[in-house]
Design a protein around this ligand. Structure first.
Ligand code: FE2
Ligand code: FE2
Length: 168
């Protein structure tokens, strides 16, 4: 996303995901830290909106991409502390997210695939649709971006300060 709130001004996007964003089950994601510097709601919106724009540019099913992108991490536990006996977080949480998403909206085949396969690369589940691959790739990109961009900004400030000191 170019700006933090760009998605809010996008009427078409809001018409597609507005009903989901209004759900307490989605708003609750704001209570969970995702990648140190972002909460899970911010992360889910970023993945949804960026994937939606790519899918639209490629003339793909941007509606399913936007909706399933928003729901891809619909789970409510801290993935850094909660461990499972049945498998890794990468394996378990797409299944939990799918189950939670089905409670708040009907999902088509593609939307289910997008949610279930978004950990492609970390798990063996291969995306069946190009839309699933887009969400999986954007998810990786956002995770890296959310983790490193505040650190980069800090570093830039420090370098700037140092330069100023050497100039004066
Ligand atoms: Fe995830
Ligand atoms: Fe994610």
């Amino acid at each position: 996303m170019k700006t933090k709130n760009e998605w809010r001004q996008d009427r078409e996007y809001m018409a597609i995901v507005g009903d989901l964003l209004a759900q307490p089950a989605v708003q609750k994601l704001a209570d969970y830290t995702q990648h140190h510097h972002s909460n899970r709601l911010q992360h889910s919106i970023a993945v949804s909106y960026d994937s939606y724009r790519i899918a639209k540019r490629l003339h793909l099913d941007y509606r399913s991409t936007a909706r399933a992108g928003l729901l891809h991490d619909l789970f409510y536990y801290d993935w850094r502390t909660t461990k499972f006996d049945l498998g890794t977080h990468a394996f378990i949480h797409p299944r939990v997210a799918l189950r939670n998403a089905e409670k708040i909206t009907p999902l088509n085949k593609k939307e289910k695939d997008i949610i279930l396969k978004h950990m492609f690369g970390a798990t063996m589940a291969t995306p069946r649709y190009p839309e699933s691959l887009i969400v999986s790739l954007v998810d990786d990109f956002e995770a890296e971006h959310e983790f490193f961009s505040p650190l980069r900004a800090k570093l830039r400030r420090k370098i700037k300060k140092r330069r100023m000191r050497t100039i004066w």
